[in-house]
Design a protein around this ligand. Structure first.
Ligand SMILES: [Zn+2]
Length: 239
């Protein structure tokens, strides 16, 4: 019995150690991981929008893919049922602030409020939050880094951005071409599927996922990417 208890304690310790080692460091802005393994994280920003939730979830489920959704608190308050569906389907949901402000134009107090209010709502919906957030518009200047340090969080950016330049992207072919040109082992891919005018991203998603698979990439959440072989978080380099 004693040995069993010790093993259980040891297993628990190892699990906790692995989880803390794999989180991005507090106060840092990261954009990808360094690894030789062909894995990428799929992240969706903004929303949620109930109009497109079921089709998006079924495309992911069809391919046994989980993704990370950075959602806006205010929009979540309008459509909490979408978050419940995301959680039930095993996806990660994370904080993209309460009202999506450009954070270099607001105070540290306001930034902390934006993050805490969004956290509280997501927590009430059963989301298991990790200590990350995504800054709206990728803006990392101003008081944000200090707030992240004090609240023991990291900012997670991206380095593959197929539907954003120009936004919305013109065609499925253009989106696929950008994805394939930018993707690399350890990449963090960003897509915006929730906007009514971003028809192309929703239509392109099956082709994007299948093309990644054909190139040998495993697509998953940020947490899954952090467990890639010898993964090391790499810092965001501002434009
Ligand atoms: Zn956003």
């Amino acid at each position: 019995m004693r040995v069993r208890v010790s093993c259980a304690v040891l297993a628990g310790f190892l699990l906790v150690s692995a989880a803390s080692a794999s989180a991005p460091p507090a106060g840092r802005f990261v954009s990808h991981v360094q690894t030789l393994e062909r894995r990428v994280a799929l992240t969706f920003d903004d929303g949620p929008n109930p109009a497109y939730a079921d089709s998006l979830l079924s495309e992911l489920a069809l391919r046994h893919i989980h993704a990370t959704f950075f959602v806006v608190g205010e929009e979540t308050a309008w459509h909490p049922e979408v978050i419940v569906k995301l959680v039930a389907a095993g996806h990660e949901v994370e904080n993209h602030t309460w009202s999506h402000p450009q954070l270099d134009t607001v105070s540290a107090v306001r930034i902390a409020w934006e993050l805490a209010k969004c956290d509280t709502l997501l927590d009430s919906l059963g989301v298991k939050l990790s200590r990350v957030m995504r800054p709206p518009y990728g803006v990392t200047a101003g008081a944000l880094q200090g707030v992240l340090r004090r609240t023991h969080r990291a900012g997670v950016l991206w380095d593959v951005d197929p539907d954003d330049d120009p936004y919305p992207v013109a065609s499925i072919g253009d989106e696929l071409k950008t994805l394939m040109a930018q993707v690399h082992p350890g990449a963090i891919v960003l897509l915006h599927p929730w906007y009514d005018d971003n028809v192309v991203t929703r239509a392109a998603l099956p082709a994007l996922l299948d093309s990644l698979s054909l190139r040998g990439y495993r697509v998953g959440t940020l947490a899954e990417l952090s467990h890639a072989r010898r993964a090391r978080w790499r810092d965001w380099v501002p434009w």
